[in-house]
Design a protein. Structure first.
Length: 120
């Protein structure tokens, strides 16, 4: 994006803008759309399917787009990813290490989103 900002070539600028939009769409939609699917894939991204785990809500209801977006983008992406980066990644590191000493083996983002990860 830095190179595109200082380019006078309209083709390069257009490509950069569309690439940025596609990147943001993928980030915003990948996990929430996959996790909000109906049926057996609910609570699973492709990576979770490969390793045989899924995220479930504490209340026992299936994920919908709003819950998945909150967990994956707002809490994991913005709170622990972006804001965590402002503090040298320490919050992100704590989020991923938290299950090592938590009785239920839950990450901080699972506690905030009221979810947990199970096999299957």
């Amino acid at each position: 994006m830095f190179l595109v900002a200082f380019s006078s070539d309209i083709g390069a600028i257009t490509l950069g803008v569309f690439s940025g939009i596609a990147y943001l769409a993928a980030i915003f939609l990948y996990a929430p759309l996959l996790m909000a699917r109906e049926g057996g894939g609910n609570g699973q991204t492709w990576g979770k399917q490969i390793v045989g785990i899924s995220a479930v809500r504490d209340v026992g209801q299936p994920f919908d787009f709003g819950n998945a977006f909150l967990r994956e983008f707002v809490i994991k992406g913005l709170l622990f990813g972006t804001v965590g980066g402002w503090f040298f990644g320490i919050p992100t590191l704590l989020d991923y290490l938290w299950p090592l000493w938590d009785d239920e083996n839950r990450c901080l983002h699972d506690m905030v989103a009221k979810t947990h990860v199970v096999r299957g």
